[in-house]
Ligand binder design. Structure first.
Ligand code: 1HN
Length: 356
């Protein structure tokens, strides 16, 4: 063994590294995400969700019937992207998913059904298709289904990020369901119209005090905005806001609702931060890093960090996308960057079509 080899061996034994050997890995020219663009089809998901309903009863220890999306580039991370958990949750008529709380933040976006609820710190939020319900960190939450139909919703959590920060806490509630201690939909009563807020209320932490963003006003806002010009990269895209600040819903999670108008094709851009998209209505396609993903109602796809992406609705059809983003983290840490696709009028050449 020559001197140099002996030196590097000794470094290893002492848990040291020579920066000059690894600096290219530590400082790549630009982010090299391991998460890959991917899509899961509703037609594949629905039968699996239903089989879960037949096979897996809810109990303490198995408190949620959720199929989680695992990014194939990150098989051990339990996330749809490196920062975001996404899953489809299934709740049968008269079932209760027992109350608990945790430090990861969660959102639910209702895909199917009408008449289940989530109680968040004693505030009963009634859920119907298109509603967005928040459970900020460390709030007690249980779900119940008082309707005669199974409910399906998208869960989005900052779980992989919080795990990486080694800040995960969890606690079960002593009973299955919380007592409803306030008028049903209390946060909607106080904040639900969006353009006004009670003068005497102060924000409690950096979380939105509105816990249920109902579909009707969401769609109305989208339709109003759709009558004029919109974003070249996202068309008619709106962010759900914290009524105290006008900022994102939570420090780690932003949510968007987005209309891609009939026959419209956006330009490509890329930015730091990853996102999970649910196709709420319609059909279309996205090109992500040169790969085309054709999608329709109920499909879910992911855009990893720093990936070029552009969206289009199918000929003759509009599309509505709901999405969950980690961009507030990038913004808060001064790491947000954005770049427009420079060539071909802002459109990527398509080199592959996703088959799944
Ligand atoms: C969770 O608590 C819920 O409360 C849903 O409905 C999905 C995924 C990972 C960890 C906790 C819920 C979850 C979760």
């Amino acid at each position: 063994m020559d001197d140099a080899q002996a030196f590097y061996k000794e470094l290893e034994r002492n848990h040291l590294v020579a920066l000059w050997n690894v600096s290219a890995n530590l400082l790549p020219k630009e982010p090299r995400g391991r998460a890959i663009p991917y899509l899961w089809r509703w037609d594949t998901l629905l039968p699996l969700v239903r089989r879960g309903g037949e096979l897996a009863p809810l109990s303490r220890g198995a408190e949620r019937r959720v199929l989680g999306f695992i990014n194939p580039g990150l098989p051990t991370r339990y996330g749809a992207t490196h920062t975001l958990w996404a899953g489809f949750q299934y709740l049968l008529p008269r079932e209760v998913a027992p109350a608990h709380r945790h430090s990861p933040a969660a959102i639910r976006f209702i895909i199917q059904g009408d008449g289940a609820f989530t109680t968040v710190d004693g505030d009963k939020c009634v859920m119907s298709r298109g509603d967005l319900v928040l459970t900020p960190p460390w709030t007690w939450h249980d779900h119940g289904n008082e309707s005669d139909e199974p409910m399906i919703w998208l869960d989005g959590l900052d779980l992989p990020l919080v795990a990486e920060m080694e800040a995960t806490f969890y606690e079960p509630f002593p009973k299955d369901a919380q007592r409803v201690e306030r008028p049903v939909g209390d946060s909607e009563r106080r904040y639900g119209l969006g353009q006004l807020r009670p003068t005497w209320e102060r924000s409690v932490g950096p979380f939105s005090p509105l816990l249920n963003y109902k579909w009707a006003p969401t769609e109305e806002a989208l339709r109003r905005l759709a009558t004029g010009s919109a974003s070249p990269y996202d068309d008619v895209a709106m962010e759900y806001i914290n009524p105290h600040t006008g900022g994102p819903l939570m420090p780690t999670i932003a949510c968007w609702i987005q209309l891609i108008r009939r026959g419209l094709r956006t330009r490509a851009h890329r930015h730091t931060g990853s996102a999970v998209y649910l196709v709420f209505e319609g059909r279309g396609q996205s090109v992500i890093d040169g790969q085309r993903f054709d999608w329709q109602r109920g499909d879910l796809f992911v855009v990893p960090t720093w990936a070029w992406h552009e969206h289009a609705s199918a000929d003759g059809a509009e599309a509505i996308l709901f999405s969950v983003h980690d961009t507030p983290v990038m913004q808060a840490l001064g790491l947000f960057r954005e770049q427009a696709y420079p060539d071909h009028d802002g459109h990527q050449p398509v080199s592959r079509v996703f088959e799944g």
